[in-house]
Write a protein that binds this ligand. Structure first.
Ligand code: COI
Length: 365
């Protein structure tokens, strides 16, 4: 395990006092309680200002700023974990930095040098190290984001932007263990050549209507199909899709309409390490349903930073038809084995070949 190389930013005494007073909420929930400090930096005419830590408070934005009108708004999702030795570490943070810059390029926004991104997430995690929860499935969820702040209604690239990292001590994303996903056969999440492969706020906003429909049908998630043929599985609203078919792992190949998840990549590598064959192949929804009916597909799961690995127990249609998966014993479940493996790596209980876990300090905290 190699430490994040930069020194953490200094913190002002009044901010340190706010951090000391901060109590973990009970229950934790996901993304509900915000830590009292955030990292922030501004961009103007080609130059990033100095990165600083500030009190968490509302932003002052001009009502005519371009992010509010034209959606130049990108973000990341990542976590600081409590390691088994008591230290706090980030998990593959350089992948988030690269994806953030890929999103920035797609949205004609300025890139952020990797060392600045790392210093922001590392400094915030370091100063909030006592607010990283210790429970099973708990962590400090970090949300880096960038938005255009230029004032004006012409549809032109902005020249001023704000970068922020906020943090929220969080537990499981899905409050109840049982997840049913509604197959969305009408709306589409992302089209070829669009922004689906990037962490652009609008992708998530446009999924909400389908999620409302899903909730009304007692489903916890939406399963999106491709925009052209409305036949091939793409992903869930905020997570990648995996199926276990005849003991092998299947996931759609990355494309310009599927987000390349850090957890997706980690799951593939961990599964291969366990000797499981992984197919990154198109999955036709009819073939998937047939495999569920035939008992060949016995597990589905959603994976992502927030969701970790969350088993999906059934797929649903709008008319109420349910395609239910067989109930497996814990020891038969590949998704639970992969979840255990992933959590063991993220908490430093198990070392991987890659340098995936980056402690933010030498000492337990
Ligand atoms: C994440 O997993 O970090 C995301 O950004 C997904 C979001 C729906 C919580």
């Amino acid at each position: 395990m190699s430490l994040v190389t930069q020194e953490p930013l200094e913190i002002a005494p009044q901010l340190a006092a706010l951090v000391n007073e901060f109590q973990l909420p009970k229950p934790l929930g996901f993304g509900q309680a915000m830590a009292p400090i955030m990292a922030t930096m501004d961009y103007c005419d080609g130059v990033w200002s100095d990165l600083s830590l500030k009190k968490y408070e509302p932003l002052s934005l001009d009502p005519a700023c371009k992010s509010l009108h034209y959606g130049q708004l990108i973000f990341e999702g990542m976590k600081a974990f409590r390691l088994v030795d008591g230290r706090v570490a980030l998990f593959r943070p350089e992948l988030n930095s690269r994806r953030f810059n890929a999103s920035a390029r797609r949205m004609a926004m300025p890139e952020l040098p990797e060392e600045l991104f790392m210093q922001a997430v590392m400094s915030l995690s370091y100063h909030l190290r006592h607010a990283v929860p210790k429970g099973d499935g708990e962590s400090l969820y970090l949300r880096p984001l960038m938005l255009a702040t230029d004032v004006g209604l012409s549809l032109k690239p902005a020249s001023t932007y704000k970068f922020l990292v906020i943090a929220s001590p969080s537990g499981a994303y899905f409050a109840s263990g049982k997840v049913t996903a509604l197959i969305e056969r009408h709306d589409c999440r992302a089209a070829p050549g669009g922004t689906g492969a990037f962490k652009v706020a609008g992708n998530y906003g446009s999924s909400i209507r389908a999620d409302i429909k899903a909730t009304s049908l007692k489903c916890q998630q939406t399963l999106w199909l491709d925009a052209v043929e409305k036949s091939y599985v793409e992903e869930f609203s905020g997570m990648n899709f995996f199926a276990v078919i005849d003991g092998e792992l299947w996931t759609p190949p990355l494309s310009d309409s599927i987000l390349g998840g850090v957890t997706r990549d980690s799951v593939i590598k961990l599964a291969e390490g366990l000797g499981v064959k992984v197919h990154e192949q198109p999955i036709h929804i009819d073939d998937l349903i047939s495999a569920i009916k035939a008992g060949q597909c016995r597990e589905l799961f959603a994976c992502g930073t927030a969701a970790v690995i969350s088993p999906v127990h059934a797929l649903a249609e709008r008319d109420g038809t349910l395609h239910e998966l067989t109930n497996l014993k814990t020891e038969e479940s590949l998704s639970l084995a992969l979840r255990r493996e992933l959590v063991a790596v993220q908490t430093g209980a198990k070392l991987t070949a890659g340098d995936w876990v980056k402690p933010v300090s030498q000492m337990p905290c």
